[in-house]
Design a protein around this ligand. Structure first.
Ligand SMILES: CC(C)(COP(=O)(O)OP(=O)(O)OC[C@H]1O[C@@H](n2cnc3c(N)ncnc32)[C@H](O)[C@@H]1OP(=O)(O)O)[C@@H](O)C(=O)NCCC(=O)NCCS
Length: 180
């Protein structure tokens, strides 16, 4: 994907690019695409299409995405996705993913902001997540969005190459009291 295509997609000016991105609520029709995107996330274990479908049909899961295509029977082109599970007035981010060719263009930030606003509309006041201690990109994204460290779990993640890593538990008060 060329730099120009990325810029035009991000600015919503993709007049020549085939698939300008828009914010969508991801439903079960995006299961295979979500599974494909998850495979590029660098996780030890992938999510199958069936697992993605189970999540996307779970009524307590909110799933938002930035995508192109999907109209008139065209396959959706999933650039970024985020899923959270709600419980009362809290929610936990299950995953946030940006297509590797579209990272560092602001898509992760834009999607996290839109997702948080969507959760607030559903009555969520506090958002939690777990992040691997060594995941510098994700930690910087979360810090930029007002998440603060609430705890840690040593040896929580299995790493793709073997061994384990610490999980940090982060929290963001969506009413702004933790700075988000
Ligand atoms: C983490 C991830 C979602 C970030 O998405 P992104 O679209 O590249 O992020 P953005 O371009 O919106 O960047 C927003 C901020 O995040 C931080 N950031 C993003 N990528 C970074 C990197 N590689 N190194 C350092 N900081 C980074 C920066 O603070 C950036 O703000 P800035 O551009 O003003 O400096 C993306 O790298 C990804 O999909 N990673 C693999 C999956 C993953 O680890 N998910 C998180 C755990 S579930």
């Amino acid at each position: 994907v060329s730099l120009w295509r990325r810029i035009l997609d991000f600015r919503g000016l993709g007049f020549w690019a085939p698939q300008p991105l828009r914010l969508i609520a991801l439903d079960a029709t995006g299961s295979a695409e979500l599974s494909r995107l998850h495979a590029f996330g660098g996780f030890a274990r992938g999510w199958s299409s069936a697992e993605c479908e189970a999540l996307l049909t779970d009524r307590v899961v909110t799933a938002d995405a930035l995508a192109g295509g999907g109209k008139a029977g065209r396959r959706i082109d999933l650039a970024a996705a985020i899923l959270s599970r709600r419980a009362a007035d809290e929610a936990e981010v299950l995953v946030i993913l940006v297509d590797p060719s579209r990272r560092r263009c602001g898509l992760g930030h834009r999607l996290l902001q839109a997702h948080a606003a969507n959760l607030v509309r559903q009555g969520v006041r506090t958002l939690f997540l777990e992040v691997e201690e060594g995941n510098a990109a994700a930690r910087a994204l979360y810090a930029k969005n007002g998440f603060v460290t609430a705890g840690s779990r040593k040896g929580y993640y299995a790493l793709p190459g073997g061994g384990t890593a610490t999980a940090l538990i982060l929290r963001c008060d969506l009413d702004g009291s933790s700075g988000g």
